[in-house]
Design a protein around this ligand. Structure first.
Ligand SMILES: O=P(O)(O)OC[C@H]1O[C@H](OP(=O)(O)OP(=O)(O)O)[C@H](O)[C@@H]1O
Ligand code: HPA
Ligand SMILES: [Mg+2]
Length: 165
């Protein structure tokens, strides 16, 4: 999907992300306990911290995967690049993988190939990637771009009436 295919925008505030990541933690209480979390950086770091706090998990490893924004356009996907692997021995049984979202599912596919037995959880899911996730909270359409709070800042906007003139 090219960057102009995202014709809807879904901005997420810190409060909303915190609430939805907590809802994810609630769902995961039905699945755990877990030995630890593998956060997929960078997007999975904040959701992983919230889930770790709620489930009293102290051990957090990371796997660094990048694909979007490598050509300078944040919404343009490039090749999957595993920049740093996690340090878990085995196939991930008993571990929880956390990411902010699954979109095409390519990141999830790459991480699942490394940790096929771990439980994969995301806060948001789009339809193409949904089958690769074990637990998620909110689904958005494939043509929606989610704007996370770390990518946003408050700005003045014109009233709706002036936009419709
Ligand atoms: O399902 P996919 O189509 O693979 O997209 C989902 C991935 O894309 C984003 O990460 P990105 O590669 O932009 O890196 P970042 O987490 O460092 O922002 C997001 O955080 C997911 O990890
Ligand atoms: O909708 C999205 N928002 C932010 N990052 C992303 N990476 C893939 N899809 C998205
Ligand atoms: Mg990511």
């Amino acid at each position: 999907m090219s960057s102009d295919s995202f014709n809807k925008s879904f901005p997420v505030s810190w409060e909303e992300l915190h609430r939805t990541a907590k809802a994810l933690a609630w769902r995961l209480t039905e699945v755990g306990p877990f030995d630890g979390i593998v956060a997929i950086t960078r997007g999975g770091l904040v959701p992983a911290a919230v889930v770790a706090r709620e489930l009293s998990i102290r051990i957090i490893d990371t796997i660094s995967v990048a694909s979007y924004g490598v050509e300078g356009d944040d919404k343009e996907r490039g090749r999957i690049n595993v920049m740093k692997n996690c340090e878990i021995a085995g196939k991930g049984a008993g571990w929880l993988i956390v990411d902010d979202l699954v979109d095409t599912g390519e990141t999830a596919k790459a991480v699942r190939s490394i940790l096929p037995d771990a439980h994969f959880a995301t806060v948001y899911a789009k339809p193409a990637g949904r089958p690769l996730v074990d637990t998620y909270v909110t689904e958005v359409s494939q043509d929606t771009w989610i704007h996370f709070p770390w990518d946003l800042e408050p700005r003045p906007v014109e009233p709706i009436s002036s936009l419709r003139r």
